[in-house]
Design a protein around this ligand. Structure first.
Ligand code: WTA
Length: 681
C-alpha cells in the first residue's frame, strides 16, 4: 500500500469526498511506488534503470541497435546505426535497414498468437463498443491499402486524413504505412481554412474524411468543411468519405467516394503486399504550431520513430500481454499517433479508442469506460483531470477502478492539486503516475518516472528515458546549476527525433527553430530546472507558444487570424493562468481608426478565429486597447502584456519600462482591463 512521502512533505487530510480541499492544495507531494505496481515492472529496480541508462548514453549506437532488434522486425538489416549532425541538422537512424510499420503493428501479431486478440475496442460517443481483433485489423487495412493503390497512390504520396475518432482513422494510418504512402492527419476540430492550408502545404493527393463527427452528442459537419477547403486544393484527386452518421451529403461525382463502398468493391482483395521501405522513409507529417503564423509540417520517419514509440510504450506504461490500455488523446495530435496507434499496436496490446468527450453523457464517462473495459493503464491530460476534479470525487469513487495500475499525464506541467487528485481518487494511492514530458518533434516520451521503481514528485516530470540526454542551459549559454531555471535542451539525438519540416528542402527554418538558439544542442522551447535527484521540473514554454488545454497554439497564428478582421489594426495574444485549461487566451486588440468597439465585437472576433483556426483557439478574453506597449525600436513588449493579463495591476510590478515609447499606454491598459474569470465558467 501507499508508503509515506519522503522528506517530510505533508499530505493534508486526504478527504476523498471533497475536491475543494484538493483544489487549493498546491504543496508538492513525493510518493514512493507501491509493491502493487513494482511486482510487475519490466524494469525491476532503480539500479537496473541506472545501469541501462548509463549504457544507453555511453554506447548509444550499441544500445539502440540491440533495442531495434528486440522491438522491431527488419526485412533487411541496417549498415550503420546513426548518422547525425546538430550544426547542419540531419539524422539518419538504422541507415540502409528496411522495414514496414504496418507489418510491425499487424502482420507479425498474426503469427505470434495474437490473431484473435483485440487490437482495439472502439467506444462510440453513444456508449456502444465494438472490438477489432488483429485479424480484422489486417483485413480492413489491406482492403483500404488496395483501394488507395487502385487510385495510383503509392510510396511517397501524401494522404490527408480529416476524421473524427472512428476506427477508420487507425485503418487509414496503417493502410498508408503499408504501401509507403505518407499520412498527414488534420485534427477534426480544425476549421475549413486550417484544413485547406495543411492540404496545400502537404500536397496531398487523397483526402479521407467523414460525413460528420460526433462528440458529446454534437455533430461536426466535416464533409461540408472539407468541401469548402477543397475549393482551393486542386491537388486532391479523390475524397473517401466515411459514413459515420449516414447523412445525406454533397458527393462530387468523380471525386468523392464512400469508404464502405470502396472497400467492398469486387476488385479489392483482402490481402495487400507490404511495401518494404527504408528506415528513413517518411511515415507521416504532422502540422504543429510554430512561432510564425504558418504551421510547421513536422516529419517523422519509419524505423527510428517506431522504435522510439514502441520501447517507451512498453517501459513507461509498463504494459503486459493481457492489459487494456486507454489513451484519451485524439489521433489528430502526436499523442494519438505515438501512444494511441503506433506504440500500442507495435507491441500487440489492446487499447480503447474513444470517440467522445469526458463529460458526456456525464462526467463519469472515463470512469465508466475504465470499469467496463477493465483498463489497466490510463493516459490523459492535466486539463481533463482538472475539469473532472471540478465535479467532485463522488463520481470516480462510485466506479470500480481497481483494474488501474499505471496512470499517465501529458501535454503541460501537471499542478500538484491535480496530480494528487489523480493519485488519490483515481489511483487509490497505489498506482504509479508517469508524467510524460515530450513534444511533437521528439516523437516519443523523453522525461518521466518509470512505474514501480521511481519516487514520484507531483509536478516534476522525472528522469530521462534511455538514450535521452537533457541539459538545462542559461541565457548566458552556460549549463545551469542544480535548482537553477534555464532552457531545456538535448545533447544527443534519439531515434524518433523529427527529421525536418515537410515543405522545406534546406532545413533552414528547422535549424533556426531548434538548433540555432543554443549551438550544438536541440532546443525544446521549454524552461526547466533539474533538482538534486536529477529530476526535471518543466516550467512551460519560453517562446511565443501557448499551451491551452494541452494543445499547442502559436500566438502568431491567432494574431494573424485577428488581424484579418476589417476592424482590427493590430493585436497581441498572450496567455494567462486558467484553472481548467492551464493557460487561457488573452487577446489585446487595437481597432482601426473610426471603428468603435460594439457589443458584438468579441463574438465576431471569436467567430473569425473559429473560422480561421478552429474553436480551440478562441480567446477567453478580448481586451480592446488604444495602443500596444512597444519599445523605441518598435518591438512589442509581451512580457508586460502577459503580466497584465495575469492580473498585475501595480505598474511597479511590471519591471523595467524604460525602453517603452510611452508609459501611459501601460497605465491605460491596466485601467481598462476587463474582469477575467479563470475558472472555466
Ligand atoms: C508541453 C505534446 C510539462 C511542453 C506531447 C512541450 C509538457 C509541449 C508535458 C509540446 C509535461 C508536454 N510536462 N510540459 N508532461 N508534456 N508539455 O508538441 O511545453 O503538442 O514543449 O506535444 O507541451 O506540445 P506538443
Amino acid at each position: 500500500m501507499f508508503s509515506p512521502p519522503m522528506r517530510g512533505v505533508i499530505i493534508k487530510d486526504p478527504n476523498l469526498q471533497s475536491s475543494n480541499q484538493d483544489q487549493v492544495e498546491e504543496s508538492i507531494l513525493f510518493a514512493e511506488p507501491t509493491e502493487y505496481v513494482s511486482e510487475l515492472s519490466w524494469i525491476n529496480s532503480l539500479d537496473t534503470y541506472k545501469e541501462m541508462y548509463q549504457r544507453s548514453i555511453e554506447d548509444p549506437e550499441g544500445f539502440w541497435a540491440e533495442q531495434a532488434e528486440e522491438f522491431l522486425y527488419w526485412k533487411e538489416p541496417w549498415s550503420k546505426v546513426l548518422e547525425w549532425d546538430f550544426e547542419d541538422p540531419h539524422f539518419s537512424w538504422f541507415v540502409g535497414g528496411k522495414t514496414n510499420v504496418s507489418y510491425n503493428c499487424i502482420d507479425r501479431h498474426l503469427h505470434d498468437g495474437r490473431r484473435n486478440k483485440a487490437a482495439f475496442i472502439w467506444e462510440s460517443d453513444e456508449r456502444h463498443s465494438k472490438v477489432y481483433t488483429y485479424q480484422s485489423l489486417y483485413t480492413r487495412v489491406c482492403r483500404l491499402s488496395n483501394v488507395l493503390k487502385s487510385y495510383g497512390i503509392g510510396k511517397g504520396d501524401v494522404v490527408a486524413i480529416f476524421l473524427p475518432m472512428v476506427p477508420e482513422i487507425v485503418f487509414a494510418m496503417l493502410a498508408c504505412a503499408r504501401i509507403g504512402a505518407i499520412h498527414t492527419i488534420i485534427f477534426s476540430g480544425f476549421s475549413a481554412e486550417a484544413l485547406r492550408d495543411r492540404l496545400q502545404q502537404s500536397h496531398a493527393k487523397v483526402l479521407i474524411t467523414a460525413d460528420s463527427g460526433l462528440r458529446g452528442g454534437r455533430i461536426n459537419p466535416l464533409k461540408n468543411m472539407a468541401d469548402a477547403a477543397l475549393l482551393e486544393c486542386p491537388e486532391i484527386q479523390k475524397v473517401i468519405v466515411v459514413s459515420r452518421l449516414q447523412q445525406r451529403i454533397n458527393m462530387e461525382p468523380g471525386r468523392d467516394v464512400y469508404y464502405h463502398e470502396e472497400v467492398a468493391r469486387k476488385d479489392i482483395k483482402r490481402h495487400c503486399d507490404i511495401e518494404w521501405v527504408d528506415a528513413e522513409h517518411p511515415l507521416f507529417i504532422l502540422y504543429t504550431s510554430g512561432s510564425t503564423g504558418r504551421p510547421k509540417g513536422v516529419v517523422h520517419t519509419t524505423g527510428g520513430y517506431l522504435l522510439g514509440t514502441s520501447i517507451t510504450f512498453k517501459y513507461i506504461f509498463d504494459t503486459h500481454e493481457d492489459d487494456v490500455y486507454f489513451c484519451t488523446a485524439d489521433a489528430g495530435w502526436i499523442t494519438g499517433h505515438s501512444y494511441l496507434v503506433y506504440g500500442p499496436l507495435s507491441l500487440g496490446v489492446t487499447s480503447v479508442l474513444f470517440e467522445g468527450v469526458p463529460t458526456y453523457p456525464d462526467a463519469g464517462r472515463f470512469w465508466d469506460i475504465i470499469e467496463r473495459h477493465g483498463v489497466n493503464q490510463f493516459y490523459t491530460a492535466p486539463t481533463a483531470i482538472r475539469s473532472l476534479m471540478r465535479h467532485g470525487s463522488e463520481l470516480p469513487l462510485s466506479y470500480d477502478l481497481s483494474s488501474l495500475r499505471v496512470l499517465g499525464s501529458v501535454g503541460e506541467p501537471i499542478n500538484p492539486a491535480a496530480w494528487k487528485w489523480f493519485y488519490r481518487v483515481v489511483g487509490k494511492e497505489r498506482c504509479s503516475i508517469a508524467d510524460t514530458w515530450w513534444q511533437t518533434e521528439t516523437g516519443m516520451h523523453m522525461i518521466t518516472t518509470l512505474p514501480g521503481i521511481m519516487t514520484m514528485k507531483s509536478s516534476a516530470a522525472g528522469l530521462p528515458f534511455f538514450g535521452v540526454q537533457p541539459i538545462v542551459i542559461t541565457s548566458e549559454q552556460k549549463e545551469a546549476e542544480i535548482g537553477e531555471d534555464g532552457h531545456l535542451c538535448m545533447k544527443y539525438p534519439w531515434p524518433s527525433i523529427a527529421r525536418g519540416f515537410w515543405d522545406e528542402v534546406d532545413n533552414t527554418r528547422f535549424k533556426e527553430t531548434y538548433f540555432s538558439p543554443f549551438p550544438g544542442y536541440y532546443f525544446t522551447g521549454d524552461a526547466a530546472m533539474k533538482d538534486e535527484d536529477g529530476y526535471y521540473w518543466l516550467k512551460g514554454r519560453v517562446d511565443d507558444m501557448l499551451n491551452v488545454s494541452g494543445h499547442r497554439l502559436g500566438t502568431a497564428e491567432i494574431e494573424a487570424a485577428l488581424n484579418s478582421s476589417p476592424d482590427v489594426a493590430e493585436s497581441a495574444v498572450v496567455s494567462f493562468p486558467h484553472d481548467i485549461k492551464g493557460e487561457g487566451i488573452y487577446a489585446y486588440i487595437v481597432l482601426k481608426d473610426g471603428i468603435v468597439a460594439s457589443d458584438d465585437l468579441p463574438a465576431r472576433l471569436s467567430g473569425l478565429i473559429r473560422l480561421k483556426i478552429g474553436p480551440i483557439a478562441r480567446p477567453d478574453v478580448i481586451h480592446v486597447v488604444d495602443e500596444l506597449p512597444k519599445t523605441r525600436s518598435g518591438k512589442l513588449m509581451r512580457r508586460i502584456l502577459r503580466k497584465i493579463a495575469s492580473g498585475t495591476t501595480d505598474i511597479k510590478e511590471l519591471g523595467d519600462l524604460s525602453t517603452l515609447v510611452d508609459e501611459d499606454v501601460v497605465e491605460m491598459i491596466i485601467k481598462s482591463r476587463p474582469k477575467v474569470s479563470s475558472s472555466g465558467d
